[in-house]
Design a protein around this ligand. Structure first.
Ligand code: SF4
Length: 349
């Protein structure tokens, strides 16, 4: 039975115990994160592995493969592909391969923030996803398509699993050949993020989920997000954007009749004026069992135009894979519901 680890640090310690020097450790991590076999023959003699380590490569590969397994794959019409992955303890997470060489990974099983329009938020937090498990999502993705961008926008709030997410980002920025600005930390906003990320060698770009410029409405939509007023959130975001030299991506899920009106257009124009930022308007992807509706595309488009006219860099986006349960946590929810309903096995194949 191979030793199971969910974090990267114990795996690295295991490599060292087998005689790996830093160059060997780096080589094996690069191979893994490129989706290649650990026993790929080295081109340079400095990369030859010590015999003890070489002998253990099959066992190490088995341990890494066991971190996450593909349960089902769902091709979207827009070129995205949603994967349901099973972790070693049987929990499941969603990973999405995005068009244009991106991947969206999950940092938690469930989530404690409880955004009212999100399927993942309904289950509460079930457990953290370890750094090795997050990296495994990228390694699996790279076996299926090139990956040049990693966004932490899947299941979970990365700020609530900060140490593991920071470790994952450092590894991706160091060994996976991904530009630091193409690592995107997505959060509802948490002061710990703004304190921590500036201190790191690999500093990711930030996506901040705003959803409303009004304190009361934002609290209703994101009930357990930290108590940060939208003004303070934008102020902290702006300081980080200026430090890193990448714009903040403000995320805005458009809910018909809730946060798509003139009051929010005014609020956004006031809040984001002259900020180093991009506003992404994402029409809600209707989820069974929620009271929210997706606004008409023409209405969303008019809102984007109104904001552009006010000088706000605005993009109207479709969420990836809308035809295959695109809402965060929907695939997992369907699997869990099927099991609760007494139907064993995967319902997706
Ligand atoms: S939208 Fe993100 S932060 Fe909100 S409940 Fe869902 S996973 Fe958590």
């Amino acid at each position: 039975m191979p030793l199971m680890v969910t974090q990267l640090t114990p795996f690295r310690e295991r490599l060292r115990a087998l005689g790996a020097r830093p160059c060997h450790e780096e080589r094996l991590l690069r191979l893994w994160l490129e989706g290649r076999a650990l026993d790929t023959p080295p081109k340079r003699s400095t990369h030859y592995l010590p015999a003890t380590l070489k002998a253990q490569l099959p066992t190490l590969a088995t341990s890494l493969d066991a971190l996450a397994q593909v349960v089902s794959q769902h091709q979207g019409a827009d070129g995205s592909q949603r994967l349901l992955l099973q972790l070693a303890d049987g929990q499941t997470v969603e990973t999405v391969l995005l068009p244009r060489d991106g991947i969206c990974i999950s940092s938690q099983v469930g989530c404690a923030v409880g955004c009212v329009f999100c399927m993942t938020g309904r289950s509460g937090l079930l457990r953290q996803v370890g750094s090795a498990e997050m990296l495994a999502q990228v390694a699996i993705g790279r076996r299926l398509q090139p990956v040049h961008k990693v966004v932490f926008m899947g299941m979970g709030e990365p700020a609530h699993n900060l140490e593991a997410v920071v470790d994952t980002i450092q590894a991706l920025g160091s060994y996976a050949g991904i530009a630091h600005k193409n690592l995107v930390f997505s959060t509802v906003g948490d002061k710990r993020v703004f304190e921590r990320l500036p201190r790191e060698r690999v500093r990711p770009a930030l996506a901040l989920s705003l959803h409303s410029t009004q304190v009361v409405r934002r609290k209703q939509l994101l009930p357990r997000a930290p108590e940060l007023a939208p003004e303070e959130l934008v102020e902290l975001g702006e300081a980080y954007a200026r430090l890193t030299n990448y714009p903040i991506q403000y995320q805005w899920t458009l809910l018909a009749g809730i946060n798509d009106g003139p009051d929010e257009i005014e609020g956004i124009a006031r809040l984001l004026a002259n900020k180093y930022a991009v506003l992404n308007l994402i029409p809600f992807n209707s989820v069974e069992g929620t009271p929210f509706q997706r606004p008409e595309w023409e209405h969303c488009s008019a809102m984007a135009q109104a904001l552009k006219a006010r000088g706000i860099l605005t993009k109207l986006r479709r969420s990836a894979g809308q035809d295959v349960d695109a809402g965060c946590g929907q695939l997992r929810a369907r699997l869990v519901n099927a099991k609760v309903g007494g139907k064993e096995g995967c319902v997706y194949k």
